[in-house]
Design a binder for this molecule. Structure first.
Ligand SMILES: Cc1ncc(COP(=O)(O)O)c(C=O)c1O
Length: 439
């Protein structure tokens, strides 16, 4: 039997986070990509306004990364990392800790953002147990947070559509309120002025559950997938102080904000607030091979290194933790970011980006514009009774006009590769302006 007998049949692939039946009636398909552009199956060039899914930070099909992956596949295709190892995993770990915020000298490898989150949550509980505080097991997330799709991440996550199909999820979880407040903060440039006090929700949860039961609090420094919620000035500082006061580990989920998105290597650097654990993925290989890394402070790492030397210190890991091809892609991606100054380039582009984004104010249906680093969001007034429809129509129209954007609810998120030129920023916002006028 020829397994390739139906090359143009779209039915077999059950696509994730997709309205499958709608999509397959009018599919949007890419066949190639280079630098800032995708190429569609009908030969059109589409400007990538979203760095793939927030991951292609250096642009597409970079030869250095592609060559490194091809060489690795032909040299050492697979070796595990349980009680054995290989050179590329150790080299990738060293590269990563060299660019990590100070004090994060160890990384644990995963294959995705979701796995990084699960790893971090388990690590936090196991950390307290190792310290003799076995009752510290509760996990605190935040409304509208996105931490991937596995059970732990879905449970600490706070997007109701991602939760409601899946029963009661994990027990022992609570949530802070989100920080989105258009009444006080609409059309903010950078961090909004109002809302630092929302971090005090953690004190309320401590009063309710008692600190002796709480292991960790996980937040995205900028909550991107829910539609770009930027932390109010002072909010992260306050959250970190409350965590430190109650011996609650603070986890920054930097799956999007790491690797230059805000104009600093990590969000931790950008905000000047230091958590205990940082989760990453996506840009770690420029999106080329699935990979993730959990960065830990020495405080956390050392707690696991106290038992007998011949005892396994963390009963956790994946067949593909530190996969040779992912590690090779990671090393080449970090080299590329460093050679081209991409870990800080968003700082140079941010003022122009901000001006062009906020020039959309006053266009039909626009109720908010917000930005930080090389991230922008356009929030539009929902069509009554049809939440998400207006932004979906914008997404389809933009795609037809040669621009890829990301729609979530009635919010459009923009996050192009960090190699974007100012001319391409102009093209992106000119297209958005035309599309907003047309929908
Ligand atoms: C903050 C955050 N955490 C976790 C994830 C999940 O990553 P993945 O889709 O690689 O599992 C994402 C994905 O968008 C994310 O933005």
């Amino acid at each position: 039997m020829n397994v390739h007998s139906k090359p143009n049949d779209l039915s077999a692939f059950w696509m994730p986070f997709t309205a499958n039946r709608q999509f397959k009636k009018a599919p949007r398909l890419f066949v190639a990509a280079k630098d800032m552009h995708y190429v569609t199956n009908d030969g059109r060039k589409v400007l990538d306004g979203t760095a793939g899914l927030w991951c292609v930070n250096a642009g597409h099909c970079r030869p250095k990364i592609a060559d490194a992956v091809a060489r690795q596949a032909a040299t050492l295709d697979y070796a595990g990392t349980f009680q054995m190892g290989h050179d590329k995993a150790f080299e990738a770990a060293s590269c990563l800790v060299n660019i990590a915020p100070k004090g994060f000298d160890h990384v644990f490898f995963t294959n995705s953002g979701s796995e990084s989150v699960e790893t971090a949550l388990k690590m936090a509980i196991a950390y307290h147990r190792a310290k003799g505080n076995a009752s510290k097991v509760r996990l605190i997330g935040r409304e509208r947070g996105y931490h991937g799709v596995n059970f732990g991440g879905t449970s600490v996550g706070g997007i109701s559509n991602n939760r409601k199909m899946f029963g009661t999820l994990l027990g022992g979880i609570d949530h802070l309120r989100h920080t989105h407040d258009l009444t006080r903060n609409a059309f903010s440039r950078g961090q909004p002025a109002h809302g630092a006090e929302l971090a005090d929700d953690l004190e309320r949860l401590v009063a309710l559950h008692d600190a002796s039961t709480i292991a960790a609090c996980i937040v995205e420094p900028v909550a991107c997938s829910t539609g770009v919620l930027i932390p109010p000035k002072g909010y992260l500082e306050r959250l970190a102080a409350i965590c430190a006061k109650h011996d609650i580990l603070l986890i920054f989920d930097e799956v999007i904000t790491a690797f230059g998105r805000l104009g600093a290597p990590f969000g931790t650097d950008y905000f000047g607030v230091t958590p205990d654990i940082i989760t990453t993925a996506k840009g770690i290989t420029n999106g080329v091979v699935p990979f993730g890394a959990v960065f830990v402070t020495n405080k956390v790492f050392d707690a696991f290194m106290q038992g007998p030397e011949d005892a396994i210190d963390f009963f956790h890991g994946y067949t593909y933790s530190g996969h040779p091809m992912a590690a090779a892609a990671c090393i080449a991606a970090i080299d590329t970011y460093q050679e081209e100054g991409l870990l800080t380039r968003a700082t140079e582009l941010a003022p122009y980006w901000e001006e062009r984004l906020h020039a959309l104010k006053g266009l039909p249906h626009v109720i908010d514009l917000r930005n930080i680093g090389l991230i922008g969001a356009i929030e539009v007034e929902p069509i009554p009774g049809q939440p998400g429809k207006r932004a979906y129509d914008l997404f389809v129209k933009a795609f037809e006009s040669g621009l890829l954007i990301r729609q979530t609810g009635d919010i459009i998120a923009l996050s192009p590769p960090l190699i974007i030129s100012t001319d391409q920023i102009d093209q992106l916002f000119d297209t958005m302006s035309n599309v907003l006028k047309a929908v």
